[in-house]
Design a protein around this ligand. Sequence first.
Ligand SMILES: NC(=O)c1ccc[n+]([C@@H]2O[C@H](COP(=O)([O-])OP(=O)(O)OC[C@H]3O[C@@H](n4cnc5c(N)ncnc54)[C@H](O)[C@@H]3O)[C@@H](O)[C@H]2O)c1
Length: 392
Amino acid sequence: MPTDRGLRVGLVGAGFMGRTHSNAYHQVSRFFPQERGADLVAVCSRDGAKAQDFATQWGYGGHETDWRKLVARDDIDLIDIATPNDTHAEIAEAAAKAGKMVACEKPLGRSLAESRRMTVAVERADVANMVWYNYRRVPALALAKQMIDEGRLGRIFHSRFKFLQDWTISADLPQGGAGTWRLDAAVAGSGVTGDLLAHCIDAALWLVGPVAEVSGTTEVFVPERVHALTGKREPITLDDASLFLARFANGSLATFEATRFARGHKALFTLELNGEKGSVAWDLHDLHRLQFFSYDGDGATRGWRSIHVTDGDHPYMKAWWVPGLQIGYEHTFVHQVADFMSGLRTGTKTVPDFADGLAVDAVVDAVLKSARSRSWETVENIEQAARLEGAA
Ligand SMILES: NC(=O)c1ccc[n+]([C@@H]2O[C@H](COP(=O)([O-])OP(=O)(O)OC[C@H]3O[C@@H](n4cnc5c(N)ncnc54)[C@H](O)[C@@H]3O)[C@@H](O)[C@H]2O)c1
């Protein structure tokens, strides 16, 4: 259990997400003093020198090159998985078996089968767990969720979600290896569907509800790339672009689009929801604003308003500066750690857990199936599937 020094963390992975998580562990008790904070025990990366530099820079007590050593230590409470997707299942299952809490980056596994195994492992071991769907912790999106739950949008008819990037357009970009593992199907599982659309799907499940069926299409624009590890040209078997239509269990409809070939866009995550009484829209490039239209009131002055989500009565904002001053991307991870710790303290579910991650991966699986079959596909009932697997 957490000591007075805080939740004892063993981090696996010293890249992009390793940095965002480490920053969050440092900041959490400074801005959320009701939580105990974190004790950064050790970090693991395959390259010893890199692991050591990371430990020094981010204040970890030690470093390792084999994650199994972190899992075996009895002075670590939480194993945090911030490595490429091909490692998630093995580390999560071993950590759960050792009785550790597990935090895992998205997507959970490379396939629905892997994600299901991981979920069964944490549920069977009865350990606290979470998936880093950090965009739920953007104050503007947390406000949108609050407004939907309060009924301000009424019944939601339509929604649309996009995540656009442009970093893989060059055919000279390799696949595989340190910087480009996302293009190697053996490591990543899927392309933009499990990588970018996973964030959109998580937001949709959270804001609108369960997805019943999907109709999708995917495309590979550069069919072969040199593999950074073998030096040979090898086929690209994962999706460069993915589009799908969704029908929710509650009758709502949505469109989804993600690509790494949208020239000019770096991380354009946008969403819009249209309800009977109102609509909301949000854009990651302007993440502290929520656009809101309410049909209430006087027709002459009715219109879209842009809410600057920086006031003390907005989600999370009381913890930060003074009204009017905005926060950014890194704070979403601080909020997720604070919420996870508050869940441990109060015994309530506060963060997306493995079951939520599995629900996202069931939609990803149905989208890819639909792209292959060229027909509508039903999203697997993962609750039932997980139970059956657990009983096996
Ligand atoms: N929540 C988000 O918004 C978000 C954003 C980016 C990435 N991700 C997810 O985070 C994960 C990591 O992505 P990233 O961008 O940080 O990748 P990255 O390539 O920047 O970093 C990966 C790190 O893992 C290390 N590593 C790889 N295999 C390892 C092993 N077997 N043992 C120990 N260390 C190992 C690498 O050396 C590197 O330090 C992925 O699952 C990705 O999908 C999530």
